[in-house]
Write a protein that binds this ligand. Structure first.
Ligand code: ATP
Length: 335
């Protein structure tokens, strides 16, 4: 089966429709501007997120992710369709919907830099109507989770960029909302802080039953945190699958292949075309390259090499990669 055919199969699947959806978007369309200047950012999009699960919203720049999230937050009025949170139509009753939601939007300085870390958490909890005594325990727990206990009484402006990012997330979670929207939560974090944040987010979903919609270009976040992934491209959904199923469906494996001697240009062209091969490099044993195999194409690869009279000196495999799948689904892998 060709990659194209598999991509179509992904796109053709019906969106899920769990009865206990915490988030639901139905026939959502948003056109900015009018006449010649009109831009349809989101075009008849439907998806649902089951309560207590995490969904990744992915797509290239301009795919419509931010518009979809802003519609769910009541910040953008849909041209058609509905957006619901906790069963409440966001546009019919924004105040009621808002009580169930926490959001951390990209680039938003959603913390007060003069306030201490703990004061920020209290402030955002109070905005949602939570009394300090009711949230103290949760705030202690959040501070501990994000390794901020020692900085609880430090003004945010005195913290490192990575710590400020963690305070932003903790402040978003401080109000104890059922549904949390996160846009690029790991942006600007170092490798270790990013890993810690992914781990804690996943634990929060599993332990507290929180529902998370996360938009990120960081595939490690999506793989570590999300149960499902909705992939958008040009305002439409091109995949809506469990992360594990999506990886399985493509079962893309990369092989680092070393053959004895040089690979003739004619064979290289075939390997490029059929196995997306690249990185041809002369090495001591002969020549090394990377080939990508979908499904059971492995034997076709070995047959191709044998028919070309090439002897394999070494084969190394890699796990399927969500980024690879994402690029294939959105058709951006031919750059
Ligand atoms: N306020 C606006 N007025 C006009 N066009 C807009 C507006 N906001 C977004 N757009 C356009 O709508 C399309 C979708 O944008 P959107 O920000 O929703 O995509 P995105 O997937 O979130 O992209 P990114 O990953 O870059 O944030 C883009 O073509 C964008 O230029």
């Amino acid at each position: 089966m060709s990659l194209h055919a598999e991509t179509e199969r992904v796109g053709e699947r019906d969106p899920p429709d769990p009865a206990d959806a915490a988030v639901r978007v139905d026939g959502l369309t948003k056109t900015y501007g009018s006449g010649d200047a009109a831009v349809t950012a989101v075009d008849d999009v439907s998806f649902a997120v089951e309560a207590g699960t995490a969904v990744g919203l992915l797509g290239p720049n301009g795919a419509g992710k931010t518009t979809a999230i802003k519609s769910l937050l009541g910040l953008v009025i849909p041209t058609h369709g509905t957006a619901e949170v906790a069963g409440i139509d966001v546009h019919a009753d924004p105040r009621a919907a808002y009580r169930h939601v926490g959001a951390m939007l990209e680039g938003a300085r959603n913390t007060y830099w003069r306030l201490t870390v703990r004061e920020n958490l209290r402030f955002f909890a109070a905005l949602a109507g939570r009394k300090p005594a009711d949230v103290r325990e949760r705030h202690d727990e959040l501070l501990a989770r994000f390794d901020l206990t020692g900085k609880a009484d430090t003004p945010v402006k005195e913290l490192s960029r990575g710590m400020q990012q963690k305070v932003s997330l903790a402040a978003t979670l401080a109000r104890d909302a059922e549904v949390v929207f996160l846009d690029e939560p790991t942006l600007g974090l170092d490798v270790e802080s990013s890993r810690e944040l992914r781990r804690e987010l996943r634990r929060l979903v599993e332990e507290s039953g929180m529902t998370v919609v996360v938009s990120s270009h960081d595939m490690d976040v999506i793989e570590a945190v999300c149960d499902r992934v909705v992939i958008m491209s040009d305002g439409a959904i091109v995949a809506d699958e469990r992360v594990a199923d999506l990886l399985d469906l493509f079962r893309t494996r990369s092989y680092a292949v070393t053959v004895e001697g040089a690979v003739p240009e004619r064979v290289r062209a075939r390997l490029r075309e059929r196995f997306d091969a690249d990185g041809f490099d002369a090495v001591e044993a002969g020549e090394r390259f990377t080939a990508r195999v979908v499904g059971d194409g492995f034997y076709e690869l070995t047959d191709t090499l044998r028919d070309a009279g090439l002897t394999v000196a070494d084969f190394q495999t890699a796990e399927p990669d969500l980024e690879d799948v994402f690029l294939r689904v959105t058709g951006r892998d031919d750059a």
